[in-house]
Ligand binder design. Structure first.
Ligand code: ADP
Length: 479
């Protein structure tokens, strides 16, 4: 029997000593009596040292109280085991994460006698876990839609942006066929899936369906997700809503048409005037000829103006619109600009109310350009009225200029968009045919560079008031 006992004892020792996991036997004061090799390696202290220590000596200070309540319960014999994750500080000062399970060993009278601890080093596991959490958070918050489908095409993951793009929540998508949202399911079957199988990726524009039934374009970039050996695991798609981009492209195409026409008009006029001029000069009709010279000059001015506007748009796009601030009288600039525009119009009268005595520090030419734009729009879009009112309203910090007309007005749905590049309301009845849809875009950018604001208040058919504010503060030159 002694022999049998010895053998059994040896077997258990072997398990204890050679186990790849840390094992400890401690008294009820938390004093390690036995520690195996794996545990010594884990904390870096020898068995001899550990025997003189308490668990608290190598537990991270912030985690010491973590299992205190459980431990107290265990001491009273009310709890048989518990597990948790905590940090140890190794002998070399390095922190490690461990998962421990503590079990109570009772004596013959069921009194708490020892605790057995089984301890696993989960530092690496924790690190990977943190990394994975970060990756999945990054994908979840990514500004483009990200969708993952299994090889049969069932959706197994959609991030937040997908919901914003399609209107369906990730839960509503889960398990659905990836093709259900495509406007033309055949296209995916015939083109996308074969390309994915053949080349491992596909990208292009497709039409898809929104939850509300609307069909819209997206740019899809999709790839096969493969394991290390190249075996396909899933498909991943990056989705970008390109509705806005398409609208802008269409607007740009339309704009190129209008711009070419607008640029040709003064050239055609100047050409005709030159031919008339030649004839007049041959006939020595000098006085009349001079009149045509002026008209040619006007047409060239118009052309220069158009080209300057176009150049401004590209400067803004490249972030290169410059400001050359100087101190000047805004009141005088308003007066002069209004006088010039009124002289050019012949149909409208521009009234100015309010005064600003304080001089402003701003780019005089650019502010002049904003005024010209607002005043000429006010005249152009109020063909059956004769009045435009300018109101100047200064306060301590800034001056606000309102340009009010009594013309066609602007419906609510267009009021934000008119400040976008190339946007025109395009109402055949109320709009003059010319105009490039860039004046307000440029004006808005100029005012923004001056740290002011430009806005509109209007109702369709009831005129419009465009207003901008200009702070008095000193301005840096913007280049
Ligand atoms: P453009 O006048 O060359 O078309 P703008 O950028 O100056 O370009 O204006 C954009 C659009 O805003 C115009 O096409 C017009 O539809 C609208 N708009 C601008 N000013 C007025 C106004 N005072 N009254 C009504 N509509 C206006």
């Amino acid at each position: 029997m002694d022999e049998a006992l010895r053998e059994s004892e040896q077997r258990f020792r072997a398990i204890f000593n050679d186990a790849a996991i840390g094992i400890t036997l401690a008294d009820m004061q938390g004093h390690p009596l036995e520690v195996n090799a794996a545990f010594q390696k884990m904390v870096g202290y020898s068995r001899g040292k550990l025997r003189k220590m308490f668990f608290t000596d190598f537990t991270h200070p912030e985690d010491i109280t973590l299992d205190l309540a459980e431990y107290e319960q265990m001491k009273k014999g009310q709890l048989d085991s518990f597990s948790l994750e905590k940090r140890y500080i190794r002998k070399d000062g390095q922190g490690i994460w461990v998962h421990i399970t503590v079990s109570l060993v009772r004596g013959p009278k069921r009194e708490p006698k020892f605790t057995v601890g089984v301890i696993r080093d989960i530092t690496e596991h924790k690190r990977i876990d943190e990394e994975l959490k970060l990756y999945s958070k990054a994908v979840e918050e990514a500004p483009d839609g990200v969708q993952i489908a299994d090889l049969s095409g069932r959706i197994i993951y959609s991030n937040k942006a997908v919901e914003e793009i399609y209107g369906f929540s990730p839960q509503e998508y889960y398990g659905k066929d990836i093709n259900e949202m495509n406007a033309d399911p055949e296209f995916a079957r015939k083109v996308i899936f074969p390309a994915l199988r053949r080349e491992g990726h596909w990208s292009g524009e497709i039409m898809v369906k929104h939850k509300d039934g609307k069909v819209f374009p997206i740019w899809l970039k999709t790839a096969m997700v493969k394991d290390q050996k190249g075996k396909p695991l899933a498909m991943v798609g990056i989705i970008r809503d390109i509705t806005e981009r398409k609208i802008l492209e269409e607007r740009k195409d339309e704009f190129i048409g209008i711009a070419s026409h607008e640029l040709k008009t003064p050239i055609t006029s100047a050409k005709i005037f030159t031919q008339i001029l030649q004839k007049l000069l041959r006939q020595k009709e000098e006085k009349q000829a001079l009149g045509y010279m002026t008209r040619i000059d006007d047409q060239l001015d118009k052309l220069t103006q158009l080209i300057n506007d176009l150049l401004d748009v590209s400067r803004i796009q490249a972030g290169k619109l410059e400001l050359r601030p100087q101190v000047f009288s805004l009141a005088k600039l308003i007066r002069e600009t209004a006088r010039d525009i009124q002289a050019g119009s012949g149909s409208h009268k521009i009234l100015i109310r309010g005064k600003v005595k304080k001089r402003v520090h701003a780019d005089k030419n650019r502010i002049g350009q904003v005024l010209i734009n607002l005043l000429s729009n006010a005249i152009a879009y109020s063909p059956s009225s004769r009045r435009v009112a300018v109101k100047v309203e200064p306060n301590a910090q800034m001056v606000t200029i309102h340009v009010k007309d009594y013309g066609v007005g602007i419906a609510k749905e267009h009021q934000e968009k008119i400040f976008e590049r190339f946007y025109r309301v395009g109402d055949e009845k109320t709009q003059p045919s010319s105009g490039l849809g860039i004046g307000l875009y440029v004006a808005n950018e100029i005012i923004k560079l001056h740290e002011g604001k430009l806005w509109v208040k209007s109702e369709k058919g009831k005129g419009a008031t465009f207003s901008f504010s200009l702070p008095f503060g000193k301005r840096k030159r913007v280049k």
